[in-house]
Ligand binder design. Structure first.
Ligand code: PLP
Length: 405
């Protein structure tokens, strides 16, 4: 929780200083030239022995401190912060895909990622292949005739909590990697985060995060992160420098502070979610319920959850009986829960994925992945769980009176 900052380097201050600077002074012209020429890969120029800061789009001490803290939580070789989760995801996808490196992905995904994959990358000449699970990747390869540059998973997936076995993708990817064409496994670890799921231990190469969520944890910042193996991170950082989505020092400081309490928040929010789940599972107005806990999954998914998660976290999806009118009536009746997109914060949030976070997902994909008109997504915070349960109960009574009379 304190990785990335040594008070001895900050005049003894318990908290790190914020380096609000765009640029850094070179000790002399020759060193400045060496820094810049090696950064641009000018032939014959070696990196200086003492790595130094150049310009805050490339690196800044406050941001680097926060990155080291995330790398410590993930036990990864390196980490990088970005201006948003989408900046982290799009930069990673651009870095590791290409005309000869398709992207293979498992739906469903966060709506923004899904849009980037389906609408943006193909327009840039990158082939994007939707997988139907990870069961027979050899057959996909035979059909497509080309190895991917990366396999992209979100597990548990937003919003319906589907889980994918990370090791299945990673083992296949490693078997099909060559030195000049590595096949990476990239996992969006936003929903569980470093405390509850450690994809690198299951063979993943890179993790992407919306740091706006649990890493930040207070709905007061927008940020993203990539964390993982050094060789894969190097190219991501290179692309970050040129695409320019680097995080600013103020937000990085807030993230560093938030990561000191990450374990406490995540574990406590999860405990509250368990109480809410116990209430919703048997509620007569609830048509179906999905969470990352094995007890709420089919047998195959329960085995995956048991293998790769350390708890189901604090995200819940459930269908109210009826459809959009009942879902909207439920959302409008909530008093404690805030009607807002986003998740992972200390306050509980509720939203309607079909018309909000996943509004842009094609209708057939929504139908295939269970994003129905009655589906509600909850993010459980730190309020007293009994207050949350009472709120859900009264809102369900308003929305579906026939079932709750
Ligand atoms: C799973 C997941 N990944 C990525 C993102 C995108 O992150 P950001 O909104 O910080 O750009 C989100 C946002 O909701 C998300 O839920």
């Amino acid at each position: 929780m304190f990785a990335g900052y040594d008070p001895a380097e900050g005049k003894g201050a318990v908290k790190p200083p914020i380096y609000l600077t765009s640029t850094f002074i070179f000790p002399n012209a020759a060193t400045g030239a060496q820094h810049m020429e090696s950064a641009y890969g000018v032939e014959g120029v070696e990196a200086p022995e003492q790595p130094g800061y150049i310009y805050s789009r490339l690196a800044n001490p406050t941001v680097v401190g926060a990155e080291q803290r995330l790398a410590a939580w993930d036990e990864s070789e390196d980490a990088a912060f970005f201006a948003s989760g989408m900046a982290a995801i799009s930069t990673t996808l651009l870095a590791w895909s290409g005309a000869d490196r398709p992207v293979w992905f498992c739906p469903p995904l966060y709506g923004g990622t899904e849009h980037f994959l389906r609408e943006v990358l193909p327009g840039m000449g990158v082939q994007v292949v939707e997988l139907n699970g990870l069961g027979d990747l050899d057959a996909v390869l035979e059909r497509e005739g080309r190895r991917p540059g990366l396999v992209y998973l979100e597990t548990p997936a937003n919003p319906t909590m589907q889980q994918h076995r990370i090791a299945s993708a990673a083992e296949w990817a490693k078997r099909h990697s060559t030195e000049d064409h590595p096949v990476l496994t990239v996992v969006d670890n936003t929903f569980l985060g470093p405390i509850l799921q450690r994809p690198l231990e299951h063979g993943a190469d890179l993790l992407v995060y919306s740091a706006t969520k649990y890493l930040g944890g207070h709905s007061d910042l927008i940020a993203g992160a990539v964390s993982g193996r050094a060789v894969a991170m190097q190219r991501v950082k290179e692309f970050r420098s040129f695409l320019g989505g680097t995080l600013d020092p103020n937000t990085a400081w807030m993230l560093g502070r938030s990561m000191e309490t990450l374990h406490v928040r995540v574990e406590r929010q999860q405990a509250h979610a368990e109480e809410v789940l116990a209430f919703l599972r048997t509620h007569p107005a609830v048509a179906s319920l999905q969470s990352a806990w094995p007890v709420d999954c089919d047998a195959e998914t329960a085995a995956i959850a048991a293998e790769q998660t350390r708890g189901g976290g604090s995200m819940i999806a459930f269908e109210v009986k009826g459809g959009r009118p009942e879902a909207f009536a439920f959302l409008d009746a909530l008093k404690h829960f805030k009607l807002a997109v986003s998740l992972g914060s200390v306050e509980s949030l509720a939203e309607h994925p079909a018309s909000m976070t996943h509004a842009g997902v094609p209708a057939d994909v929504k139908a295939a992945t269970g994003i129905t008109e009655g589906l509600i997504r909850l993010s459980i915070g730190l309020e007293h769980p009994q207050d949350l349960i009472a709120d859900l109960d009264q809102a369900l009574k308003v929305a579906v009176p026939a079932q709750t009379a």
